[in-house]
Design a protein around this ligand. Structure first.
Ligand code: 5GP
Ligand code: MN
Length: 326
């Protein structure tokens, strides 16, 4: 372990030991790693005899409902609560936690940031950012090891969830020997890989599949099929009686094309705001491209939001992506 990493972990451990009441929060539109690290941090704090309230501004995607204690997740701050410190997990930027939670957290005396995204603007009294970690859950595993805390079945399950979702089931470029070793230890400690994968990946509703069919109907290939794009409109959601959340993993279908170096999915969040998701092969840094529009993420997985109609944003951004690739 690098000296810098050891120092960060040591500082976080003493901040935890010195305080009692924690507020833990994760990013808007939480994914498997956001929820795994949110619940994982709560379980770690409770094992240390601390109090922890957990927050995620947006709804939990249904495929993660089965995780232990998701009922404890609140969407709004408790205005009367007094916390000694906030811990933000999996938030590339402070604002990623959402307006209302950010407003409340900025009034707290101490903020700890634990994350693995490409940082835009560092934040927090302690900021532990590990870009080489596959997931924030992997970082929490390291924290457990430094605390000599053996994960129980619940903690192992939520951390394993972050590992499989952020590595695309051990397929993306952030998968390495270390990740597989951590996964093996978590399985030994009680995470059930078949149960977890079935809950997360094989729990789609018929509506979700119908929505995917519509999105794939908008596929376009650019620059000799090196760039693959598709879109999701609000009317598709109405046609298939599905929800926006159902589209979380759709971009993975675009990246599965052999020739695709860059996959882009344009989703209409609401009238006039488009969420642009990007996935790339090694060598194409999409975090940089997303940062041009105030977004961010990882080199191989990033997103931003752009105002405009679906059509206008898609044609403008494809043009930008084509020149970015050249
Ligand atoms: P997605 O395409 O799944 O929405 O996002 C891809 C990755 O980029 C995720 O890791 C997500 O957390 C991150 N991301 C999405 N939007 C933003 C943003 O506005 N800022 C930063 N820093 N990261 C983002
Ligand atoms: Mn993550």
């Amino acid at each position: 372990m690098s000296e810098q990493k050891t120092t960060k972990i040591r500082r976080i451990i003493s901040a935890i030991r010195d305080n009692d009441r924690f507020m833990v929060a994760t990013h808007v539109h939480p994914d498997g790693d956001a929820l795994g690290s949110l619940l994982g941090m709560k379980f770690i704090l409770e094992r240390l005899g601390k109090k922890a309230d957990i927050f995620a501004q947006d709804k939990i995607p249904p495929e993660f409902d089965f995780l232990p204690q998701t009922r404890a997740i609140r969407s709004k701050p408790i205005q009367s609560a007094k916390y000694d410190a906030a811990i933000l997990v999996d938030c590339g930027d402070f604002e990623r936690v959402g307006d209302e939670l950010a407003g409340f957290i900025s009034g707290l005396p101490f903020i700890i940031n634990i994350d693995h995204h490409v940082p835009n603007r560092p934040f927090g009294n302690i900021s532990w950012v590990e870009q080489s970690a596959c997931s924030t859950c992997e970082m929490l595993f390291d924290l457990c090891m430094s605390l000599s805390l053996a994960p129980d079945a619940n903690l192992s399950s939520v951390l394993y969830t972050g590992l499989i979702t952020d590595t695309g089931s051990f397929r993306f470029s952030n998968t390495n020997r270390r990740v597989l070793e951590v996964a093996a230890i978590l399985v030994e400690m009680g995470a059930d890989p078949v149960y977890l994968a079935t809950q997360i990946y094989d729990s789609a509703t018929p509506e979700k599949l119908k929505l995917l069919a519509q999105v794939l109907g908008t596929l376009q290939f650019h620059t000799g099929a090196r760039i693959v794009t598709a879109e999701l409109s609000r009317s598709m959601l109405a046609n298939s009686s599905s929800s926006y959340m159902d589209s979380e993993g759709f971009i993975n279908h675009l990246r599965s094309v052999k020739s695709a170096d860059l996959a882009i999915l344009f989703r209409e969040v609401n009238d006039g705001l488009i969420h642009v998701s990007m996935r790339s092969r090694e060598g194409i840094d999409v975090a940089k491209l997303a940062q041009r529009y105030g977004g961010g993420g990882h080199k191989q997985a990033a997103a931003c939001r752009i105002s405009g109609t679906l059509h206008a944003v898609r044609s403008m951004f494809v043009g930008e992506a084509v020149s970015y690739m050249n």
